[in-house]
Ligand binder design. Structure first.
Ligand code: GDP
Length: 295
């Protein structure tokens, strides 16, 4: 997935190979390569600039360590900073002591939001948690049916009221149902649009205000590249997210979204989607992702 990025970074290390220490002049070329690598991988420009400055100051301040070559030392610094960029610790899902825990899913149409609802439900079910899926996407004709089908597939109940009801009412009633049935976690699928628009944001805000979720997860398609940063920023400013699920990481993504989301929103990526199947979801580990990027 990060092949191009890893390959590019390789030429950054080369700039330092054979040198006896990291200096102002030789680190400059290596940093230029890292900068180019990140921009080519669709990392947001602001995020890239900040990253380069952090690496520069750490690299120039680094002590010469016996037996460690400057390129190895530089790789270590880049690795550490990548981890910082993506979030130093893993970010588990909120889990309310008095159930139900409420998870609101947000995102543009086609990002994999409905699929992610089912993936997350299955993930929680495997931890012996009971789940109720709630279908509030009343605009995309097949969305409710899709959630019903996915629910059947994983044996998780779906609360729905067709496509004529009001999304806020559906969410409220779904929550009441979960309380009555003593369900542990409610996952609410919401409507997406092809682009951000005020109707969508207004409705999302209304559903959020009505159910007061413990998590508001933004589903981001990793293939959107540069746009992922702006999208995340808009959703966070307007709705307030607590994390993201990055989907389609199995595709031919250049990786930029994975590196930008945390920086622009301050919120962690919590899961990655790695395929169309309901099982294709993994928790996001910044450290492992950094290692993969560095090849
Ligand atoms: P929504 O409009 O955001 O609810 O999107 P859907 O859940 O309907 O997904 C849109 C398309 O993306 C479907 O064809 C899904 O099978 C596919 N999809 C979702 N997640 C992934 C993923 O992680 N990897 C791949 N390759 N495809 C995915």
């Amino acid at each position: 997935m990060f092949d191009a990025l890893s390959e590019r970074l390789e030429s950054a290390w080369k700039k330092l190979r054979g040198q006896n220490k990291i200096s102002e002049s030789n680190v400059q070329d290596a940093l230029k390569e890292v900068r180019r690598a990140l921009l080519e991988a669709d990392v947001n420009l602001q995020v890239t600039k900040k990253f380069i400055e952090e690496v520069r100051s750490k690299a120039l301040g680094a002590e010469v360590v016996a037996g460690v070559s400057p390129d190895q030392q530089f790789i270590k610094i880049v690795h550490e900073e990548l981890v910082v960029l993506m979030g130093e610790t893993d970010a588990p899902l909120a889990h309310r002591e008095n159930p139900p825990t409420i998870i609101l899913m947000a995102g543009l149409q086609g990002t994999g939001k409905t699929t992610a609802c089912a993936k997350l439900a299955l993930h929680l079910q495997k931890q012996d948690r009971t789940v109720l899926l709630v279908a509030t996407d009343v605009y995309r004709p097949a969305a409710v049916d899709q959630l019903i089908t996915l629910g059947k597939q994983i044996n998780v109940p779906v609360f729905e009221k067709g496509t004529q009801a009001d999304p806020v009412d559906i969410a409220r009633e779904g929550l009441a149902q979960a309380q009555a049935d003593q369900i542990d976690t409610v996952i609410i699928d919401t409507a997406g649009r092809l682009q951000i628009d005020q109707d969508m944001m207004g409705e999302l805000a209304a559903v959020k205000a009505a159910v007061q979720p413990d998590e508001t997860l933004l589903v981001v398609d990793a293939m959107t590249g540069q746009e992922a940063a702006n999208l995340t920023r808009s959703f966070h400013e307007q709705i307030g997210i607590t994390g993201a699920i990055l989907t389609k990481m199995d595709g031919d993504t250049r990786g930029g979204a994975a590196l930008s989301i945390r920086q622009v929103s301050g919120q962690p990526i919590k899961f990655v989607g790695i395929g169309e199947k309901v099982e294709a979801l993994q928790p996001f580990y910044p450290d492992r992702m950094a290692s993969r990027i560095l090849g």
